[in-house]
Design a binder for this molecule. Structure first.
Ligand code: TYM
Length: 334
């Protein structure tokens, strides 16, 4: 069975963007067609400084978020990256395969490092190389992500191809990004041209998976819109990023296509549509946040789930690392 891998950074709370663009898709891919492996990428999170207590808490809360959203830790492999050392070990090999110029072109590097690149961590620069290792240490072929990860996945393909060429092998598979659905790019509620992000200074710009019903309703009520009514066809959303964003969110939450949603709400004003969206969002998200809170009451259980997931992950990762070392020419005792 083909393997699916994806990861989320425990660098803050989960947002609606993470849920609709990633976790909800991860749940969809669970089943007989794929072996699914989902990871809390704590080694990626520390490429920018994390408070240790907050990192630990965010990792456990992210695990609770996965489970509360419908990831079954028996069916999927669910773990945190640092408990599977093979990620970092293969990451080092890939640091020696990937080129500086490839990393320099990454838009996420340019955004996150900002003007003062000299002061960014070396880990932040090498971030995409570790990400390629996350995926390829399982020979995963399908990687569900939001739109913003597309460039990193292209780089993962380049690393796999260059490794295979450099050593004359057909060892690492070329991965397929899975970027599908109505919410591959959920935008800020304050500015429909900016991505919804956990690092935005304004909490009103995002819905957090831990927000209560009142907070969700208030954020949607205050969301930026334009003065026109909703169109009944998709073309009518062109040049209206804020309107488009709210319709996309509605479609993704309702498991409908944008066309279906517009057929239903076309002609309505935002003052009618926003309460509909708020009600839908609360009905879908509240059960998840209350289940997260419940799971967070038993941290020992969460830690057991992560440890067990790491054990299962290593069963796959360890032999692939051993074969990689052998291809590269490392002497081993085996
Ligand atoms: P991260 O932690 O920033 O985000 C996790 C996932 O959520 C998606 N996402 C969004 N989707 C739609 N709209 C948004 N506003 C939005 N914000 C975030 C992201 O696309 C992502 O799928 N580099 C990755 C983590 C990673 C990874 C991997 C992913 C590390 N190793 C291997 C896949 C495979 C990241 O920073 O995601």
């Amino acid at each position: 069975t083909p393997r699916v891998f994806s990861g989320i950074q425990p660098s803050g709370g989960l947002t609606l963007g993470n849920y609709l663009g990633a976790i909800k898709r991860f749940v969809d891919m669970q089943g007989p067609k794929f072996a699914t492996i989902y990871c809390m990428v704590d080694l990626h999170a520390i490429t920018v400084w994390q408070d240790p207590a907050a990192l630990r808490r965010n990792t456990r809360e992210l695990c609770a978020g996965f489970i509360a959203s419908g990831i079954d830790p028996e069916q999927s492999i669910l773990f945190n990256q640092s408990q599977v050392p093979e990620h970092a070990q293969l990451g080092w090999i890939f640091n020696c395969v990937a080129r500086m110029g490839w990393m320099q072109r990454m838009t996420q590097w340019k955004d996150k490092a900002g003007k003062n690149q000299q002061n960014a961590s070396l880990g932040l620069f090498a971030y995409p190389s570790l990400m390629a290792a996350d995926i390829l240490i399982y020979h995963a072929t399908h990687v569900p992500v939001g739109e913003d990860q597309k460039q990193h996945l292209e780089l993962t393909r380049d690393i796999a191809i260059k490794f295979n060429n450099d050593f004359g092998v057909d060892f690492f598979p070329v991965t397929e990004p899975v970027i599908e659905g109505a919410a591959t790019r959920v935008m800020s509620l304050r500015d429909g041209t900016k991505k919804m992000s956990k690092s935005d200074p304004s909490d009103m710009s995002r819905i957090n998976m831990t927000d209560d019903a009142d907070a969700i309703a208030q954020k949607i009520r205050k969301a930026k819109t334009d003065p026109d009514a909703l169109p009944s066809e998709i073309e009518g959303l062109e040049g209206r990023p804020d309107a488009r964003n709210l319709v996309n969110i509605y479609a993704a939450l309702a498991d409908q296509s944008v066309e279906q949603v517009l057929a239903e709400v076309g002609g309505k004003q935002f003052r009618e549509f926003k309460p509909m969206l708020a009600e839908l969002a609360v009905s879908k998200l509240s059960p998840i946040s209350s289940e997260m809170a419940r799971l967070m009451n038993d941290q020992a259980e969460i830690d057991r789930i992560l440890a067990r997931g790491a054990e299962r992950a290593r069963v796959i990762a360890e032999p692939i690392l051993r074969q990689t070392y052998d291809i590269v020419g490392m002497v081993s005792s085996a």
